[in-house]
Design a binder for this molecule. Structure first.
Ligand code: FEO
Length: 371
């Protein structure tokens, strides 16, 4: 998918339209692993791709370089979707020097001990000159790993943001200008909810730094390049990072055995609706827990229900709660509910998890057999 996105700047990454699960997160639209090649007196590659796409990356690079070599490689992030092709690239361009954070160097040495790569550690404010271009580095630890950073190309006002501002869109669309706006913001929400959500404080630090830069375009490592909707995307990230919620939005997530917990979900939904609150009910038998995460990203009310089975909750609900605990949404109002036959432990167990997130809790509700 090599393509000139601006004079001297090429997109040389790949489309992975088939991937459906991305470390536990459902990706129904596939994704891309974006890499960028910048032609100057020195040639710079920004990021690699997943290992299985190494040949495609090398082919895309070669189509642009026509026999020239790569001088610099900026490794914004070590996770294997962005570094997997390192051995193949270093094998072909052995004199290239990799630039990244100290954590990046440490992690690359663990991942690729057989690759004899040259590495230079960079810190906030360091600048790499390639001729007429200057790349400056902005570490963003935990957005998404300790090694993560983004790279700012001052002369072109481009931020190569790696995982930040990404979207899992593997349809081949390259620019936000070619996307339906609602769909774009849904994918941004999916991505934030399922990947970035625990790191709100780090996102706010990042936004504080990049807010002082002149940025016209963000080139992330997944999904489309953002320019038209940049201001709104930054605004969404700030809002999500602050855990801002919509006061009249509720999500009810449940699973059911014989339909009673489903009826209870509907009853709770009716009560909320009567109070002017918009509700989405999500059955975990029908939807993946990552779908539920996307929908609750800005919901003030999050209700979770399960019948009691063998003195505990259903495994689908348990899996959802495990996922929820890891992603740690804040400032919510929670309620547990469920049906039971004799022991009835599940609502209390659910409530304990919601309490562990420091949410405000509404009294749990449980019914025996049916109602
Ligand atoms: Fe897209 Fe943290 O990797």
């Amino acid at each position: 998918m090599d393509e000139m996105i601006r004079a001297n700047i090429y997109s040389v990454g790949v489309v992975d339209s088939d991937v459906r699960i991305f470390h536990g997160y459902q990706t129904p639209f596939g994704t891309t692993y974006n890499a960028y090649l910048i032609i100057d007196e020195k040639v710079t590659l920004i990021d690699f791709v997943k290992a299985q796409f190494s040949a495609e990356l090398l082919n895309n690079i070669e189509k642009v370089l026509c026999g020239k070599t790569i001088d610099y490689i900026i490794c914004n992030h070590v996770e294997p979707d962005h570094s997997g092709a390192l051995p193949a690239v270093i094998n072909k361009y052995p004199t290239a020097v990799i630039y990244g954070t100290a954590a990046c160097e440490k992690e690359l040495n663990v991942y690729y001990p057989q690759s004899n790569f040259k590495f230079e550690v960079v810190r906030l404010g360091d600048v790499l000159n390639s001729g007429k271009y200057n790349f400056s580095f902005i570490p963003m630890p935990m957005v998404h790993w300790p090694d993560s950073m983004c790279t700012y190309l001052k002369e072109e006002k481009i931020l190569f943001s790696n995982d930040a501002f990404g979207q899992h869109i593997g349809t081949g669309v390259k620019f936000d200008t070619d996307m339906d706006k609602t769909e774009l913001f849904e994918r941004i929400a999916d991505y934030y909810a399922n990947i970035v959500m625990p790191f709100g404080n780090q996102v706010l630090k990042l936004v504080d730094i990049i807010g002082k830069l002149e940025i016209e375009t963000v080139c992330p490592s997944h999904g489309v390049i953002i320019s038209k909707y940049l201001v709104e995307v930054f605004g969404k990230y700030i809002s999500y990072a602050k855990n801002e919620t919509i006061d009249d939005k509720a999500v009810i997530i449940y699973d059911t055995m014989w339909g009673t917990t489903k009826k209870l979900a509907q009853k709770l939904s009716n009560e909320l609706t009567q109070n002017g609150i918009k509700v989405e009910i999500i059955s975990l038998s029908e939807k993946h827990y990552s779908y539920a995460m996307s929908k609750l990203i800005d919901a003030k009310y999050i209700f979770v229900g399960s019948p009691t089975l063998n003195n505990t909750m259903l495994p689908t609900v348990s899996a959802f709660l495990t996922y929820l605990k890891g992603l740690r949404p804040k400032n919510r109002i929670g309620k547990a509910f469920g049906s039971y036959g004799w022991s009835g432990e599940s609502p209390k167990q659910i409530e304990d998890v919601l309490r562990s997130l420091n949410w405000e809790i509404i009294d749990l509700e449980k019914v025996m057999w049916n109602f």
